[in-house]
Ligand binder design. Structure first.
Ligand SMILES: Cc1cc2nc3c(=O)[nH]c(=O)nc-3n(C[C@H](O)[C@H](O)[C@H](O)COP(=O)(O)OP(=O)(O)OC[C@H]3O[C@@H](n4cnc5c(N)ncnc54)[C@H](O)[C@@H]3O)c2cc1C
Length: 436
């Protein structure tokens, strides 16, 4: 199927905070190559880095329809998850699966940690974990389940009572919390830009050039607006947009999330908060708010999620969502109610009906990794690395763990898809209540 090359690229908070960057030129002309990766988010970037390492004499082509940092990988809340939260009580038969997913998360976290350090990427990286919070009854129930899960999996954590949370974060909104020591926080747009700008020399990155069409066969043929590429192997790392190229149809949809940032807090405002000068708080309610105090003194809040045709919000729509962000912010920080939001942003993330991820060979020499249901910073990095290994014929614990992802549940075709997609997103983010 042909894909329009008019991908919207708007301005958004995280990238607005960075200095301007000149994107790499789009691809032009005819090319014959061993490797092509479609999509330069965290998955594609990790895949490119690993392929370059495995095949130092091969030229690896990495193509993105937008500028690096303009898709989910540069628009997320920046929580780098080590230990996933699975809603509901611990299911004995699922223990092996919980461990598998956490091994993948940890592999991704370790890879990012090493890459940020080795390339001196300036992205507010910290690896001191973050806090899971609960306010309403449903989230408090989850709190109990999560503690049980952490104990069963022997994950180091500490419990935080309401008073302690108030002392650390400067809000009395939360009734209980859990701090997990491993996991990280990052400025997502700075991270992906940093990764893109320090790729090995045998990776050729081209931005603002959508792959419009992929014809399977050997070699695989890719058509772009001004280029044609024949490749021995192709890795698709295009998240929910893989459907537009004819892959994962009826398996993945885009969920649109939105958040806002304050301006930097002045000393007096910062002092009115708790003792931590940088933190992340993620609701134990599946669709609850994610909040951060960033090292550069801003508070970010992300608390809306919806099915919006797999598209970003317009400025007017975003302004309406900001009323929701504002209400939740003021409820948590009444003393900061006059602190204005400086930026708002939306982002689209691929979700599947049964919460699974996608990994493996699609057909012929075409491989795919993606679809992380809102938790893809560490996992996308791990999947991207593993798909490079897998497509190269290498085996590892990480490859086996990724291959063990459950098959995806079916989503009906349009127009029923729109309804099914809306229900899928609503189910994932249902009944947030006070944790919104
Ligand atoms: C608002 C928001 C908050 C989130 N918060 C978190 C969080 O705190 N922690 C966490 O772990 N995860 C979070 N996520 C999820 C996380 O951002 C994603 O799971 C992850 O970034 C997915 O990475 P990816 O590389 O697979 O996909 P993407 O980042 O979506 O990258 C895919 C790339 O493919 C390109 N592409 C698509 N089609 C084509 C084509 N035809 N030709 C060429 N290029 C193409 C796109 O332009 C894009 O750059 C959040 C997501 C959103 C939207």
């Amino acid at each position: 199927m042909r894909l329009s090359s008019s991908h919207p690229t708007d301005h958004h908070g995280w990238a607005e905070l960075l200095p301007p960057r000149a994107p790499r030129a789009p691809l032009r002309g005819s090319h014959r190559l061993p490797w092509v990766i479609v999509g330069a988010g965290l998955t594609g970037l990790a895949c490119a880095r690993r392929l370059a390492e495995l095949h130092p004499n091969d030229r690896i082509l990495l193509l993105d329809a937008r500028e690096v940092g303009q898709a989910a990988s540069g628009r997320n809340s920046g929580f780098v998850v080590a230990t996933s939260h699975f809603p509901g009580g611990v299911v004995e038969e699922h223990l092996a699966n919980y461990r598998r997913v956490n091994r993948i998360n940890l592999a991704g976290l370790e890879l990012l940690d090493a890459q940020v350090a080795a390339n001196a990427i300036d992205c507010l990286w910290q690896r001191e974990g973050f806090i899971h919070t609960a306010t309403d009854t449903a989230a408090l129930r989850e709190h109990g389940h999560f503690v049980d899960y952490l104990q069963r999996l022997e994950v180091e954590h500490s419990l935080l009572a309401a008073e302690e949370l108030a002392g650390l974060l400067g809000t009395r909104h939360y009734r209980a919390g859990i701090r997990i020591g491993d996991g990280g926080l990052v400025q997502p747009a700075a991270l992906v830009r940093g990764l893109a700008d320090t790729l090995p020399a045998n990776v050729d990155l081209h931005e603002n050039c959508a792959v419009d069409f992929i014809e399977s066969g050997r070699p695989v043929r890719l058509l772009l607006e001004e280029a044609e590429v024949l490749a021995d192997k192709v890795v698709i790392a295009a998240n929910y947009e893989a459907t537009r190229l004819g892959f994962l149809r009826a398996r993945i949809v885009g969920s649109t999330l939105a958040g806002s940032f304050t301006r930097p807090l002045v000393d007096e405002e910062l002092d009115s908060l708790g003792s931590l000068r940088e933190w992340g708080a993620i609701s134990l309610h599946g669709g609850g708010a994610t909040l951060r105090l960033t090292r550069d003194r801003r508070i970010s809040i992300r608390n809306t999620a919806e099915y919006h045709g797999s598209a970003l919000l317009t400025d007017a729509e975003l302004a309406r969502r900001q009323a929701i962000h504002r209400a939740a912010f003021d409820k948590r920080f009444p003393r900061l109610a006059r602190v204005e939001f400086e930026f708002g942003w939306s982002g689209v993330e691929g979700i599947s009906r049964n919460g699974t991820n996608f990994f493996g060979r699609q057909r012929d020499a075409i491989y795919l990794a993606g679809g992380y249901n809102g938790s893809g910073v560490s996992r996308g990095t791990a999947f991207g690395t593993a798909i490079a290994d897998y497509a190269s014929g290498a085996t590892s614990q990480l490859v086996s763990d990724c291959l063990a992802s459950a098959p995806a549940s079916w989503l009906p075709p349009r127009p029923l898809l729109d309804l099914a997609a809306a229900l899928t997103v609503r189910k994932r983010f249902r009944g947030v209540g006070l944790d919104r």
